[in-house]
Design a protein around this ligand. Structure first.
Ligand code: ADP
Ligand code: ADP
Length: 225
């Protein structure tokens, strides 16, 4: 079973104008269920475009995108949003936590929006926070946490509703090397524990080497490393 399948994906910006940029050129990428894939991509190579297409936030010109066995190609906006919410979790370089809510509340909110009861959402938040070593920070607001702690909370929030696929864009890019290492380990622990699949873009080759497989985005296609 595959978590993510992109086949023959093309994406061109400003088509037919002098500013035309062909970002993705018949790109193929497969992430198997439970697999963690590192994507090394130089700046400007189309990494964000690829992650947005994979996460059903952006449309493609040609090709196919399939998530958790469901073909999303040609789906209407509403169906795509529903599929995204039930299957994909996102993390970015910056945590984007809500500053006026506690760590636990930040993890409870997406669950409440998905119809989970208050007590079950709190229990799930506590379990996730324990997995990343932050039980004692459950009731702290983001402003009271270190950068590495904030990022670990953001990972918990991304996994709160049990998505099949995690898409991460430089999840440790904003942290110093030591913190980056710890935060990466926390992310891997979460991913392995939940058995989810992940596509993680990073510039850090050392971290990339610790994932199941490494690929490179180059000239609009995926090259296996
Ligand atoms: P990366 O994340 O690897 O830096 P992006 O996917 O953001 O790359 O962008 C790849 C290329 O496409 C860049 O040259 C960028 O300027 C261009 N691009 C990205 N988004 C748009 C857009 N909405 N309109 C026009 N060009 C874009
Ligand atoms: P909500 O359920 O709160 O309405 P969405 O379904 O709109 O959220 O988005 C789901 C995920 O996609 C969130 O993690 C959000 O951070 C991310 N997201 C939504 N829109 C964008 C965007 N334009 N660029 C990057 N990420 C986005």
């Amino acid at each position: 079973k595959t978590a993510l399948n992109l086949s023959g994906v093309t994406k061109t910006y400003n088509a037919g104008t002098p500013a035309e940029i062909r970002v993705l050129r018949g790109l193929n990428l497969n992430v198997a269920a439970g697999e963690v894939v590192a994507m090394v991509a130089p700046s400007g190579s189309g990494k964000s475009t690829l992650l947005h297409i994979a996460g059903l936030l952006d449309t493609l010109d040609e090709g196919k995108v399939e998530i958790a066995g469901t073909d999303a190609t040609g789906m209407k906006d509403k169906a795509r949003t529903l599929l995204r919410r039930s299957t994909v979790g996102f993390v970015y370089q910056f945590h984007h936590l809500l500053p006026e809510f506690s760590a636990s509340e930040n993890i409870e909110l997406p669950q409440r929006a998905a119809g989970v009861s208050a007590s079950a959402a709190r229990a799930r938040a506590e379990e996730l926070l324990a997995t990343v070593g932050l039980s004692s920070r459950a009731d702290h607001r983001p402003g009271e946490l270190s950068g590495g702690e904030q990022q670990r909370v953001a990972f918990c929030r991304a996994l709160a509703n049990g998505p099949a696929l995690l898409l991460a864009d430089e999840p440790t890019g904003n942290l110093d090397p030591t913190t980056s290492d710890q935060v990466f380990e926390a992310l891997m622990t979460l991913v392995r524990k939940t058995g989810m699949s992940a596509l993680i873009a990073t510039h850090n080759l050392e971290l990339a080497a610790r994932m199941d497989r490494m690929v490179r985005l180059e000239d609009g296609v995926i090259v296996e490393l």
